[in-house]
Design a protein around this ligand. Structure first.
Ligand SMILES: C[S@@+](CC[C@H](N)C(=O)[O-])C[C@H]1O[C@@H](n2cnc3c(N)ncnc32)[C@H](O)[C@@H]1O
Length: 257
């Protein structure tokens, strides 16, 4: 059974996904007729339902990837392949005190909150009030409630960081302005990971990390995803590829000198 106001995915045999919020009395309309939301609500995850013209749809709750890839977005998100790498490179784990900036759509925040699993805390600094508000709704929509361990502050991280964090994750245009604030904003031994689309940004940021003198283990990498087609005797890389998204730069804070 699915609850009204929850989100469900309808996936057809061509693997086309439709993500909808169930509303009592509403209809999901398609080129193959329609399906009553009330009929979907009565199903179990993994059931198949047919539209009025007989087209079958598999019904299930969205995964993190379904949700962030299918939602109508206001800001560019960090795609799951990079969000996954950021969580590993930043060693995000329960009970940590984490700072991220900016929040944008909230896709990375959601990944961090899931890794924290209700423990520790996530603070998000976001310069735009509209993104702060919209991302809070996005997170609540997926998690069902506003997580008690998440605080969004409308402010520029370039102006400073209050407190000291175990981990910092950055997705904003000029992270080199954050480096001076990490002297006290990131604990010694703590990790920081930044996401930067262009290599000129990477160069400026890495230079700033090196020049400040309190970072070691500075690494830059790009993570690629290469899908393959496996269909009968046709087993080969797909003809299309994911192109460039961004570079990830990780570093570890040294004792202040
Ligand atoms: C690309 S979006 C972040 C997307 C987010 N990581 C996600 O996965 O949904 C970049 C965000 O950084 C915010 N931003 C830019 N400069 C900032 C600053 N100085 N302090 C705080 N937020 C900032 C922007 O308003 C924008 O919301």
């Amino acid at each position: 059974m699915f609850e009204f106001n929850s989100i469900v995915v309808l996936s057809d045999k061509k693997d086309k996904q439709y993500m909808i919020t169930l509303k009592e009395g509403a209809r999901f309309s398609t080129q193959y007729g329609y399906i009553e939301h009330n009929d979907i609500a009565a199903l179990d995850e993994g059931d198949i339902i047919k539209s009025t013209l007989g087209h079958p749809y598999l019904v299930y709750k969205p995964t993190y990837m379904d949700f962030v890839m299918n939602i109508k977005r206001q800001a560019q998100i960090i795609y799951p392949k990079d969000a996954a790498a950021m969580l590993m490179w930043c060693d995000v784990a329960p009970n940590q005190k984490i700072l991220e900036s900016g929040i944008g759509q909230g896709a990375l925040s959601l990944a961090i909150l899931r890794a924290l699993a209700g423990t520790g805390s996530l603070t998000s600094y976001e310069i735009r009030a509209d993104f702060a508000e919209q991302s809070a709704k996005f997170i609540k929509q997926f998690m069902g409630e506003t997580p008690a361990n998440h605080v969004i502050e409308v402010r520029s991280i370039y102006d400073g960081i209050d407190g000291t964090y175990d981990r910092v994750l950055l997705d904003l245009p000029e992270p080199w302005h954050v480096v001076p604030h990490l002297k006290t904003g990131l604990k010694n031994g703590g990790l920081i990971v930044a996401y930067l689309p262009t290599i000129l940004q990477v160069k400026t940021y890495v230079d700033a990390l090196k020049e400040c003198g309190y970072f070691s283990d500075i690494e830059t990498a790009e993570f690629t995803r290469r899908p393959w087609k496996v269909d009968g005797m046709s087993v080969r890389p797909e003809m299309w590829i994911y192109n460039h998204s961004a570079f990830l730069i990780s570093a570890r804070k040294l004792k202040n000198i």
